[in-house]
Design a protein around this ligand. Sequence first.
Ligand code: ADP
Length: 552
Amino acid sequence: MPTVPLPQVRPSHRSESADSRIWLASRSVMLIALYYAVGLWGFVFTPDPHGIPLVWPATGVGLAFVYLYGYRLLLALGIATLLVTWQFTADMMPLAEAIGLVMATLAGVGLGAWALRQFGFSPRFERLRDVALLLVIGGLSASGLAATAGAWGMAVGMEDLRFTDTWWLCWMADLMGLMLVAPVLISWLGAGGGGRAFDTGFWRPAVLMGSLVVVTILVYSGTLDTALAMPLSYAVFPLVMLAALRCPTPITTTLMLVAGAIALSGTGWGLGPFADAGLERSLLSLNAQLALLVLTGLVLSALRSERESAEARARQHLDELSRAGRLSTLGELSAGLAHELNQPLCALTSYAHASRRLLEKGRLDDLRDALAQLDSSAHRAAETVRQMRAFAAGSAPEKIPFAPEELIRPVLDLLRPELKRCHVEMDIDVPRGLPMVLVAPVQIEQVLVNLLRNAMEALGARPDGRIRIEAQELGSELGISVTDNGVGIPEERLATLFEPFATWKSEGMGLGLSISRSLVEAHGGRLTAENVQGGGARFRFTLPLEVPDAGA
Ligand code: ADP
């Protein structure tokens, strides 16, 4: 037996764990670098001798990373917080308090990430709920704990600081940073947000970003007079609103971050409309405006996503409905097939029985007739199936010119055994020489079979049961009617008689008339029903003549 050399496979768990170590290391380095960068940026806005930053995006970076990549990132977050605290607050905060700040940040971020997962927060910001969750959880746990530890550390280190005032400043700085940074990181890195961002094309986000950068640089570069720069600072709102309504969420969050970064940097350097009131107050009022901007952008974006998913649900519902519709059409079709096949199959059985009897009695001439009928019934069954298949496939059957009496004769042949059994007297008034009609013959024969069977059933066991078939030229059409002197149709049934499954018989299917009407209408004719005076019902249908009468 030939042996197949197996490739040397390294144990997969080793490569997996190596991969996951590389993955963890790369995410940790990203976190530390980003945390350090935004921490550094936060201290650019140190407003007073105590060095409390008025914008602190670092906690938002930590929350986004730990939420997205798990608690394993807490170690990296601890290192980053320690690094930043040691570098920027060493001269303001005693070591014990600095360690307390690190621990509080870790606890706040860990708790925040846990709560976001616990409450089913979605990184796509698809629901208003997601916006509310991020702000409430971020504000309460991540920012709340970090601010408490920060304020406490500062208050211990500097005697002239009141804890409550410091806490308030720290909390606002933290929450503002979180509102600007966390949505960008979460929407880009979470749940494939980055890939979806490009669905919208390049130009719309590019134009929005370009306009936003131009407007904010103009406002916060100090070139404009405050009277003009202040109202112009609100121009970012329509741009962010447009992005929220027309672009994926990551684009909107990025626009908000860019607007915030330019506005905060300008104001931090004492430029722009908010700079006049002194750094602390000006940054606080700018923070209020930015918080509103972020809230507007996130809320609108979530509302748009909610509307889009409602539309998607509605579309899916419609799809399901149309699938159900197709299935029910299939059900009707198979019920119709069963109905239409019933007649030729019954005829097949009775002609087969008759043939055996005739053979036993040696009546070979009659046997030849019966076998011919058997053959034509089998042919009719096969033709019915073929036409139903063509109907299901949506193709129209071929119509050929046909003499009216030629349509009626095979039907009478087919029903002869039943008519005989029921002792029904047939009255045929189909003059020879009537103009030809353009029909698919088997379909019109099916209509006649259905009408005649109904008439026989309406007659029941009446001894004087009579059915009359009439054909006459009516302008450009041929009119055919089937009249019986049976029970007639109760008035209240007339309106729904032709609807599928409308039946008043214990073993009826309620399909004969609905199929017949569809077949007649497919020929461009009409099928109607009425009661006749003296009792009984009349069904009439029309068919187009092959060559419409010129004189009509
Ligand atoms: P089915 O015969 O299976 O009930 P049809 O669609 O052929 O289904 O007929 C629907 C109903 O119309 C019948 O149940 C019957 O009540 C009524 N109907 C049809 N033809 C006649 C007739 N010639 N006389 C009286 N009632 C009729």
